[in-house]
Design a protein around this ligand. Structure first.
Ligand SMILES: [Zn+2]
Ligand SMILES: [Zn+2]
Length: 194
């Protein structure tokens, strides 16, 4: 019984379809189908397979190629969807921040704080959440809740030490509470960050 040059298993000539290169190297039909995706030469002697052999696999190879392309397209689509969602999410967030800054400007501190707390995610440390923490600190400072300012901004600088504006309001809040040493400590961190 001949053995296949690709998988080395026997080829049962009664039940398996068998192909040969010009030098009579036997190979299973399904093994050759896979092999032809990589090369059109015999894996053993490197002789090109006759065109009439290759032609019999054309449909199979085209189908495989299409499947590969379809999988690739799907991957690309997924990728671009993800990017679009990211961009959209960022735009929505920037709008939100813009709005919050505006109502802080209008001295609607409680409204700003409520909305910020709704969006605040205790478990997240991404830039958005840091931005929210900063604005929570700032709004509370302007509202005169210096203890809360310190609590929010401490959370912020614990996550991101290099946040000069955070240290600025932290220092101001300490100053308001008469804690001069701590205020100085916070102000010194601003210079370090720069
Ligand atoms: Zn085989
Ligand atoms: Zn061969």
């Amino acid at each position: 019984m001949p053995s296949c040059i690709v998988c080395h298993l026997n080829i049962d000539e009664n039940t398996d379809s068998l192909f040969k290169c010009n030098n009579d190297h036997p190979v299973h039909k399904y093994c050759l189908a896979e092999w032809l995706m990589h090369s059109q030469n015999c894996p053993l002697c490197s002789d090109p397979y006759p065109q009439n052999v290759i032609n019999q696999f054309k449909d199979y190879m085209e189908k495989k190629e299409q499947e590969k392309q379809a999988a690739l397209d799907k991957e690309l689509q997924k990728e671009s969807m993800k990017k679009m969602e990211e961009v959209a999410g960022k735009a929505v967030f920037l709008k939100f921040i813009e709005y919050i800054e505006q109502i802080i400007e209008e001295e609607k501190y409680n409204e700003a704080i409520d909305k910020l707390l709704d969006s605040y995610d205790e478990s997240s440390v991404d830039d958005r959440n840091l931005n929210i923490l900063f604005l929570l600190g700032k709004a509370n400072y302007l509202k005169g809740r210096f203890d809360l300012t310190i609590s929010f901004l401490f959370k912020l600088v614990k996550i991101k030490f290099d946040y000069p504006e955070g240290f600025l309001y932290l220092g101001k809040a300490y100053e308001k509470l008469g804690l001069k040493d701590k205020a100085q400590w916070a102000y010194d961190r601003i210079k370090e960050g720069k």
